[in-house]
Design a protein around this ligand. Structure first.
Ligand code: PEP
Length: 257
């Protein structure tokens, strides 16, 4: 982490878990154990139907609410989809874009990811842009070029002054929900290459202002080591964000550095 130049952001990704009632219970549990002062920005990304409940439940804890997905058109005949202005109107601050589960199960492409990034920024919110390689890609040695391509595609056409609103989440696919974590060195190296890619596109001043998270089985046992890497500025956390005590331990690890 480098707090001098950029925000540290710990974000939970609840995926398709917890009802609105369970969201309220989670917040009550967290309230009992969470200290008021915290340095890092804390976000919880919830299913769209729970955004209003989450915004109410987490208000006192100063936890920002994130969405897990968005459609790129602002309105129209797209049954079942939710637009960026609709999310912004509910008080959503962050939107996960291009999570590997959406790429894998819902046919998201680098092109739709790019459209979503623009839609989120146009609505005044902050995209959390997920990139990551498969195990096969890592083993064939194409991780760096693959990640650089994903970053370039996601940011295509995004103006330099908007980069400080973008968060990049490096999530090796083989580490998501598997209990396998990239070593701190592996994760740190890819995150530093992501910053180098942004530097190549926008220059050093912009690159150092961008928050880059690591995601993939981050937990209370490995968070401190991962966050100690100079180019890892936070985490995107799935499983461990569903347990108030574990999520708080990760927030505390970010606050200690
Ligand atoms: C995720 O869903 O983005 C994630 C990193 O999940 P987990 O922490 O469970 O691996």
């Amino acid at each position: 982490m480098n707090r001098r130049y950029r925000k540290t952001i710990i974000a939970g990704n609840w995926k398709m878990n917890l009802t609105a009632t369970e969201t309220k219970k989670f917040a009550e549990e967290l309230k009992k154990i969470m200290p008021r002062a915290k340095w890092c920005e804390t976000v919880i990304c919830v299913p769209a139907c729970n955004i209003t409940a989450a915004a109410k439940a987490f208000k006192d804890l100063r936890i920002s609410i994130g969405a897990e997905n968005v459609y790129f058109e602002p309105s129209g005949a797209f049954t079942g989809e939710i637009s960026a202005p609709m999310l912004a109107d509910l008080g959503v601050k962050y939107v996960i874009v291009g999570h590997s589960e959406r790429r894998q199960y819902f046919c998201e492409t680098d092109q739709t990811v790019n459209k979503k990034v623009h839609a989120v920024l146009n609505a005044g919110m902050n995209p959390i842009i997920c990139v990551g390689e498969s195990l096969e890609q890592r083993e064939t040695g194409v991780t760096d070029s693959w990640i650089a391509l994903q970053v370039k595609c996601a940011l295509s056409g995004v103006a330099a002054e908007r980069l400080r609103h973008c968060v990049i989440a490096y999530e090796p696919i083989w580490a998501i929900g598997t209990g396998k974590t990239a070593t701190a060195e592996q994760a740190g190296e890819v995150c530093s290459n992501i910053r180098a890619t942004i530097r190549g596109l926008y220059g050093a001043r912009v690159a150092r202002s961008v928050t880059i998270q690591y995601g993939g089985s981050m937990n209370p046992g490995n968070a401190a080591e991962l966050l100690a890497q100079p180019d890892i500025d936070g985490g995107l956390i799935g499983g461990a964000s569903l347990k108030p005590d574990q999520f708080l331990d990760i927030i505390n690890a970010a606050n200690q550095e």
